[in-house]
Design a protein around this ligand. Sequence first.
Ligand SMILES: [Zn+2]
Ligand SMILES: [Zn+2]
Length: 272
Amino acid sequence: MVDVHCHLNLHKFDNDYDEVIKDAFEKGVTTIINTGTSIPSSRKAVELAQKYEHLYAIVGIHPHHADKTDIEFEGELHDNWLSELEKIAKSPKVVGIGEIGMDYFSYKSNGIVEKKLQEEAFRAQIELSIKLGLPLQIHNRLAWDDTLNILSDYKKEFQDPPGMFHCYSGSIEFTRKVLDAGFYLGFDGNITYKGLPPREDTALLDLVKYAPIDRILTETDSPFLTPEPFRGSRNTPANIPVIIEFIALEKGISYNKLKLQIDSNLKTVFSI
Ligand SMILES: [Zn+2]
Ligand SMILES: [Zn+2]
């Protein structure tokens, strides 16, 4: 059982990530990937990965931070964020570049970063992933066409498969294009929420139904997106079985069959 995208590298886990990781392994999760969103959080993801055999890291600059690549957070200053990221990405526990992409959703805590800056950071990191031979973990929010158009410029250089879209949402038509481009789809605890996701026109459950099981990955995006019935509390990778159970039920297949298929998908995309 795998959590391909969580953030135990964020401060919300500073006091108890050892217990959180232990708890997830006890509940049957076998692989956890922490994803970076900045240089410091990418470095932290690698540090955690070095402590535990079954923990891995994906490193990159989130589109929210595409305007902060020169002056980083937490007092760090880099004249060349890309070479810093490349150094971090060369750790043997790094299995991908992410979460990178485009985000046109205006959050309370983060307005929309200038599109040009998002695109520059996205392209630079796609090129880094090609240089290092690492798959991509894409973050797309309301930027469907732009995200796919940018990716399609590199399709001849991508490995097969090129990677995954994390926290998947979009229309059926968009999903068809993402699958055609070879990407896998990561589903989170928000598939258990009622109604449409904000500003989306397709229910996540319809996407779960549409997605072939050999193209699905499971993730929690912890500490965010806690699945029902635990919504409201901090999410942890220990909730992966809840997500698998929900997808299995929706697709009318057995929990075990789905679990084994997702383990095999993990191998195909991230060679773990
Ligand atoms: Zn994301
Ligand atoms: Zn995330």
